[in-house]
Design a protein around this ligand. Structure first.
Ligand code: ADP
Length: 325
């Protein structure tokens, strides 16, 4: 059959396949299509291929349909969100940074590598959802905020504590980072606090583009944060900057601002270490309440959302500046 036959076949394709069609040839009864599947995850690719085959199978002159798929390789940047100790709001910051970046049009995925207390499923409102595997790789769980997520919690039975040891923890981290992230250009990784196997694997095997350090204003938290900064620097990972969380509490009754954990400590410590200070997130009962309910404040309106949006802009600028250097 001639090229006219191939043209005729095009008309039979479903519209989502037509939009992605790179070429279609018909020769010796075999229709060969090349589709650009950039941005589609595994199951969606399978569905597209099945729809194309169904549309063309049995068409005049077609004995066999072959579908080849190609996708743009996304250059993905990893940002590690770390802290010296637990309970400083690292996971909350990681989730809201990811949501704020997505809101600003970035394609973001979130990896919950916090083996001690994986909490991203709750923070992003995806509790109870489990990822499927495709081609032996995990497909991230979609969240209502446009940020797909994979968590250490997804690799164990719900509610069951696992004592992750060295090689096992590293293997688990690898499964999360090598999931089907497809078109995600940024992966935010919620690291476990402190300095352990996950940190080493992360730095040696996955080479984050940069690290964010979260601290509360107290001296003790800051001393731990200093250690986290030193760890990343030793591993050759640039520190993007320090974020002070739980700064300045606004009394919901009288409006007076108090500083239960002190004020300005993280900024002074960051400066003393030659690090960039990226800003403050206030101690705010709304942040805790909404986060626990799976509604990231970064997805809402008001000053909390603006604080996370500001952080996201700074991180984007840092990434762009790095790309230009
Ligand atoms: P980490 O990951 O450092 O262990 P989490 O993100 O789990 O810390 O936060 C610990 C607790 O503090 C959570 O209950 C969280 O909702 C709360 N929290 C975090 N940041 C804030 C904030 N800025 N204001 C109020 N509560 C916060």
């Amino acid at each position: 059959m001639t090229n006219g036959g191939a043209e005729g076949l095009k008309a039979l394709l479903p519209s989502d396949a037509t939009a992605r069609l790179q070429s279609l040839r018909l020769a010796d009864g075999r229709a060969t299509l090349v589709l650009d599947v950039t941005g589609l995850q595994g199951p969606a690719r399978d569905a597209l291929e099945a729809a194309v085959k169904q549309a063309l199978q049995g068409a005049p002159g077609v004995a066999e349909v072959r579908v080849a798929m190609m996708a743009d390789k996304v250059e993905r940047k990893i940002i590690a969100v770390g802290s010296g100790k637990g309970g400083v709001g690292k996971s909350t910051l990681a989730a809201n940074l990811a949501v704020a970046l997505a809101r600003q049009g970035r394609k973001v995925g979130l990896v919950d590598a916090d083996i001690y207390g994986p909490s991203q499923a709750r923070l992003l409102g995806t509790e109870g959802k489990r990822p499927v595997a495709h081609d032996n790789r995990l497909v991230p769980v979609a969240s209502p905020w446009g940020v797909p997520v994979l968590s250490m919690a997804h690799l164990s039975d719900p509610g069951q504590a696992i004592a992750w040891r060295g090689p096992m923890a590293s293997g688990a981290l690898t499964q999360l980072l090598e999931g089907h992230w497809d078109n995600a250009e940024i992966l935010i990784v919620d690291m476990p606090p402190g300095t352990g196997d996950i940190q080493l694997t992360m730095m040696q095997k996955f080479k984050p583009a940069g690290a964010l350090i979260i601290s509360t204003p107290q001296d003790l938290a800051l001393m731990d944060a200093t250690r986290a900064i030193e760890l990343f620097e030793k591993g050759g990972i640039p520190v993007i900057g320090v974020v002070e969380n739980m700064a300045g509490y606004t009394c919901p009754h009288c409006g007076e601002v108090s500083d239960p954990f002190g004020a300005g400590g993280a900024e002074a410590a960051a400066r003393a270490m030659g690090q960039t200070f990226l800003g403050r997130i206030p101690l705010d009962i709304e942040i805790r309440r909404e986060s626990d309910a799976g509604n990231p404040p970064a997805a809402g309106e008001g000053p909390q959302a603006e604080a996370f949006a500001d952080l996201a802009r700074k991180v984007s600028e840092w990434l762009e500046g790095k790309a230009r250097r």
